[in-house]
Design a protein around this ligand. Sequence first.
Ligand SMILES: [Zn+2]
Length: 71
Amino acid sequence: MAKAMKYRDVERALLANGCTWKQGKGDHIKWYCPSSCGKHIAVVTQARNVSAGVVADAITKLACLPAGWLQ
Ligand SMILES: [Zn+2]
């Protein structure tokens, strides 16, 4: 099961895996999987802590990243 994480740790893992981001509405950040794939998008709220539900959603949505990329 996913665990809540600090946003900066999520961000670091995303960047380390070649993901890119764009500002969405409000405090939502759209994270795009590496351009070699380009088919997956996850929205992560830019708060100090990212809830377990959002962490799990990002792992599910960014399906092309290697298993265990975030947790
Ligand atoms: Zn992808």
